[in-house]
Design a protein around this ligand. Structure first.
Ligand code: ADP
Ligand code: ZN
Length: 439
C-alpha cells in the first residue's frame, strides 16, 4: 500500500536527527522565553536556572514546571512572549468560565498547528480529493478551527459545519458526499445512531474515515462508530495550551498517537514527585513547545496520564507514540467535551447561598453524557412544596450553566441526605467507568 504523509521528511526522519533538531530548537526557545516572559523568567531565577544551563533535551529536567494554575495566575497576558500586535488569534479552553485559559497565536503558530492537523488528516487517508466535514464546535474551542485549517492545508473541500444541528449535518453529508468526518467521538456515535434511525445503512454514505478526539473514548466505542458509519475511526489528541488538536494523531495502525515531536517535546513524570520517568512508564505527560512565538510553554503539566512507546511503527513514522489518556491526575472531569472542575460547582453553590454538600453523578446514555448534581437544602431552605423546589432547581441550573457552559440536571435533596464521608468526600460518581471510559 502506498504510504501517505503530509510532511514526509519530518514525519519519517530518523530519531537521532529529530533529537538534533529538538536540541537546537530547545536552546533557542528557552532563551526566547527567558528574555520575553517575565513570569517564567522569575520561575527560572527562583530555581537558579539560566538559559545557558539548557544545552540539550538532557537538561530539560532542570527547568521549572508550568501548571494550569500558573496559566490562570498569568491570565490574560502574563505568558505572552511577543507584542500583542504580532498575534493573530486567541483560543480558549472549553467552557470553563471560572477557570478560563487563553492561548495566543502568531500567524506562524497557526500555520504550525494547522500543519499538525493536516498530518492527522493525511494519516487517516485524507487527500485533496476528499470532502472533509468539520463537525467540531467552531469558536473559542480549538477543535473546529484546528481541523478546519488542517483540512485547507491538505486541500480537501472543507465543510465548516460546526457541531449540532444533526439533521443538517446528515443532509450535507449525503448531498455533498462527505468522505471524512471530524468531531468528538460522542457526536460521531450520535450521528451514527441518527443515520440508522433515519433508515440509512452504513454503505449509504460516502464517508471513509473519521478523526475523533478532545475527550476520552474506548476501543468499544471505536468499533461501534466504525460499524455504524462504515468508516475507519482515528484518534487525535491535543490541548489548547499547547495549540489544540494535532499535538498527537493516530496512523493506520490505530494503536496509539504519534506525537509531533519536531514541535512538541514530551516527557512522562511521576505526578506526585515530578520525577522524570523512563520511556514506557505510566505517568503524566509534560510538553515543551519548541517553536511557539506567541504562547510558548516550557514543561507544561497536562495532568493526562499516559504511556509512551518508541516501538517501530509499520506506518513508517518515527515520532514517539502515546497511548490514549488513561486517566487524569487532577479532579477535572470532561462532560460532553467540556472541562468541568468540582471547584467551579462549589463556587456556584456558595454564590447561590447553598452549603457545599453535593454530589455529581455522570453517566453516558445513548452515547451522550448525562450530568446530574444532587444538592442538599439547608433546614431553613427546606420546603415540601414541589413548585418552590422546582423553581429553586431552575435558578441553580441557570447559574451552573453560566459558569460551566453546559446544563446539569439539579436535584435539590433534603437536609443531611447525602452520605457524609469520613475521609475524602466522594463528590463525583462517574458511572462512565463501567463503560471503560476513564476520565
Ligand atoms: P480541546 O479543545 O482539545 O478539548 P482542552 O484544552 O479543552 O482541549 O482539553 C484538553 C484535554 O482534553 C486534554 O488534556 C485531555 O484530557 C482531553 N483530550 C483531548 N484529546 C483527547 C483524546 N483524544 N482522548 C482523550 N482525552 C483527550
Ligand atoms: Zn504509525
Amino acid at each position: 500500500m502506498q504510504k501517505n504523509y503530509f510532511q514526509k521528511d519530518m514525519e519519517t526522519m530518523p530519531i537521532e536527527e529529530i533529537k538534533k533538531i529538538q536540541n537546537e530548537k530547545l536552546v533557542k526557545q528557552v532563551k526566547y522565553v527567558y528574555d520575553n516572559v517575565k513570569y517564567y523568567r522569575d520561575l527560572m531565577d527562583k530555581k537558579g536556572v539560566k538559559p545557558e544551563d539548557i544545552q540539550s533535551t538532557d537538561d530539560l529536567y532542570k527547568l521549572p514546571f508550568l501548571k494550569k494554575d500558573d496559566l490562570r495566575e498569568a491570565y490574560p497576558f502574563g505568558l505572552l512572549a511577543t507584542d500583542i500586535k504580532n498575534c493573530v488569534r486567541i483560543q480558549s479552553t472549553s467552557g470553563t468560565t471560572g477557570k478560563r485559559v487563553v492561548a495566543f497565536y502568531t500567524q506562524n503558530d497557526v500555520d504550525v498547528w494547522e500543519e499538525c492537523c493536516a498530518r492527522a488528516i493525511v494519516a487517516a487517508g485524507g487527500t485533496n480529493g476528499d470532502v472533509c466535514q468539520v463537525a467540531y464546535g467552531y469558536g473559542l474551542f480549538t477543535g473546529g478551527s484546528g481541523l478546519h485549517g488542517g483540512s485547507h492545508k491538505v486541500g480537501c473541500l472543507t465543510l465548516p459545519m460546526s457541531s449540532g444541528n444533526t439533521d443538517r449535518q446528515i443532509q450535507f453529508m449525503m448531498d455533498l458526499n462527505s468522505t471524512i468526518l471530524c468531531c468528538t467521538p460522542s457526536y460521531a456515535a450520535y450521528i451514527g445512531e441518527t443515520l440508522k434511525e433515519k433508515g440509512y445503512k452504513p454503505e449509504d454514505n460516502k464517508l471513509k474515515a473519521g478523526i475523533f478526539g478532545a475527550e476520552p473514548w474506548t476501543e468499544e466505542m471505536r468499533r461501534d462508530i466504525e460499524k455504524s458509519l462504515g468508516i475507519k475511526a482515528y484518534d487525535i489528541y491535543g490541548l489548547t495550551e499547547i495549540s489544540g488538536p494535532g499535538v498527537a494523531f493516530e496512523c493506520e495502525e490505530q494503536n496509539g498517537m504519534h506525537i509531533n515531536e519536531d514541535h512538541f517535546l514530551v516527557e512522562v513524570i511521576d505526578p506526585d514527585t515530578g520525577e522524570v520517568l523512563p520511556e514506557g512508564s505510566k505517568g503524566e505527560l509534560v510538553f515543551t513547545s519548541l517553536d511557539k512565538e506567541a504562547f510558548p510553554l516550557l514543561r507544561y503539566r497536562t495532568r493526562d496520564i499516559c504511556v509512551l512507546s518508541r516501538e517501530k511503527c509499520s506506518c513508517g513514522r518515527t515520532f514517539v507514540k502515546m497511548t490514549k489518556p488513561l486517566g487524569r491526575s487532577d479532579d477535572m472531569m470532561i462532560i460532553r467535551g467540556v472541562n468541568v472542575f468540582p471547584s467551579q460547582i462549589e463556587a456556584v453553590l456558595l454564590n447561590c447561598g447553598y452549603a457545599p454538600n453535593y454530589q455529581i453523578i455522570i453517566d453516558r446514555v445513548n452515547n451522550t453524557d448525562t450530568f446530574d448534581i444532587n444538592v442538599e437544602m439547608s433546614k431553613e431552605d427546606f420546603s415540601d412544596t414541589p413548585k418552590v423546589i422546582t423553581n429553586k432547581e431552575k435558578q441553580l441550573q441557570s447559574a451552573m450553566k453560566a459558569m460551566l457552559g453546559i446544563n446539569p440536571k439539579i436535584h435539590l435533596v433534603s437536609p443531611k441526605s447525602i452520605t457524609r464521608s469520613e475521609g475524602k468526600a466522594v463528590r463525583v460518581i462517574d458511572n462512565r467507568k463501567r463503560l471503560g471510559i476513564t476520565v
